[in-house]
Write a protein that binds this ligand. Structure first.
Ligand code: PMP
Length: 363
């Protein structure tokens, strides 16, 4: 995607002129393992219930601006009150609103790269000052000794757990230390929490840490990436400020109806989530058995791999095999890395065979 034109740059603020359009490099492909979606698709009984709910949904009235029915279902699920829940048009919108409310000129964010780049993009859009606390270059674990003192003078800290694209988690004890150290807000982005080990979510801390915000999405484990629904859990006054900056009707009637059904029928996703977790381990073993391929352990539904000529391998997968994976080979700290979403067993088999062949041909 091209950068901004000179004509447009002359018309916008300096900080906007410095932005580059976000390009997730989407290309239609036979096997798409590039965006960490649930490639198994919606369980049939859930899909059918969503269809019924949508058929019964009127479109002539505005949606409930606060999605209160959905908030109540989410609150019951997580053992909190409606006042602790804010629903948004995907996690991305909630992240944007987080920056709108707590970031901006004069505010400081601590970011922990390599991580989800949207945080960096939103901070630039809104003029937030970013301080980077780099993860360990080999293991991608957080450097808590560096992070805690930085958090002490921060307005915002974001940690992704499981981290995208490296798969690491932050322990509940470390989240607690972070919340105690930081006078501002601590956002833990748990977009991939459903794929992590039992007991790794920091949600239990919401009762005691009033500066903790936990982000969730229906886009990954719950197969609603195309519908756009996410939510955050936080103290009521934090939810109020997020409510103050949000646009009122971002969760439309279909999105609310679909998310309500999914929430009620969430047990129906457990078998697929278990399969994705076991496929993750099988895929990791198969990839690391290929000469020259390194694989990091992951608690998400994706794997970070390092291999020779990763950028060229990605292009060959896409152009010669119609398999799409995400290229991080040019990203700082992720040289020669690709991120691969865990797919169905046959998608994973095809991917492994393709990578093995490409690397063999290159020898
Ligand atoms: N957080 C992380 C770490 C993500 O990887 C993503 C999606 N790529 C999101 C939040 C936002 O997801 P969505 O907007 O689909 O809810």
């Amino acid at each position: 995607m091209a950068g901004l034109s000179e004509r447009v740059k002359a018309c916008v603020r300096d900080d906007v002129a410095r932005l580059a359009p976000y390009d997730p490099n989407f290309t239609p492909c036979k096997i798409n393992l590039s965006a960490n979606e649930n490639t198994y698709g919606m369980p049939e009984e859930v899909r059918s219930a969503i269809n019924d709910a949508i058929a019964a949904t009127a479109t002539n009235r505005y949606p409930d601006p606060m999605s209160n029915e959905l908030r109540d279902l989410i609150a019951a699920w997580h053992g909190v009150a409606r006042e602790n829940v804010c629903v948004g048009n995907g996690g991305d919108e909630l992240l944007f609103n987080f920056f709108l409310a707590f970031g901006g000129p004069g505010k400081r964010l601590i970011d922990c790269p390599p991580t989800f780049t949207v945080y960096d993009i939103y901070s630039k859009m809104l003029g937030t000052n970013v301080v980077r606390c780099w993860r360990d270059p080999d293991t991608f674990e957080l450097d808590m000794d560096a992070l805690l003192p930085l958090a002490a003078s921060a307005d915002m800290v974001i940690v992704t757990s499981p981290n995208n694209p490296t798969g690491n988690i932050i322990s509940v004890a470390d989240v607690e230390r972070l919340c105690a150290a930081c006078p501002g807000m601590v956002m833990i982005d748990e977009a991939y929490a459903e794929f992590a080990d039992e007991g790794t979510s920091c949600e239990s801390l919401l009762a005691t840490c009033d500066n903790l915000i936990v982000l969730h999405t229906y886009s990954k484990a719950f197969c609603l990436a195309g519908v756009r629904v996410g939510y955050v859990l936080a103290a009521p006054d934090v939810i109020d400020v997020l409510g103050a900056v949000r646009q009122p009707y971002t969760a439309d009637v279909f999105a609310q109806a679909a998310a309500e059904v999914v929430t009620k029928m969430r047990e129906g996703f457990a078998p697929t989530i278990a399969t994705i977790k076991s496929e993750r381990e099988r895929l990791a073993q198969a990839l690391s058995a290929i000469d020259g391929v390194g694989v990091w352990p992951s608690q998400g539904n994706f794997l970070l791999v390092r291999l020779p000529q990763a950028g060229a391998v990605r292009v060959s997968l896409r152009d010669d095999r119609s398999i799409l994976v995400r290229d991080f080979s040019q990203a700082p700290g992720l040289e020669d890395c690709l991120r691969i979403t865990v797919g169905t067993p046959s998608e994973n088999d095809e991917l492994v065979a393709a990578i093995a062949n490409i690397l063999k041909e290159a020898q």
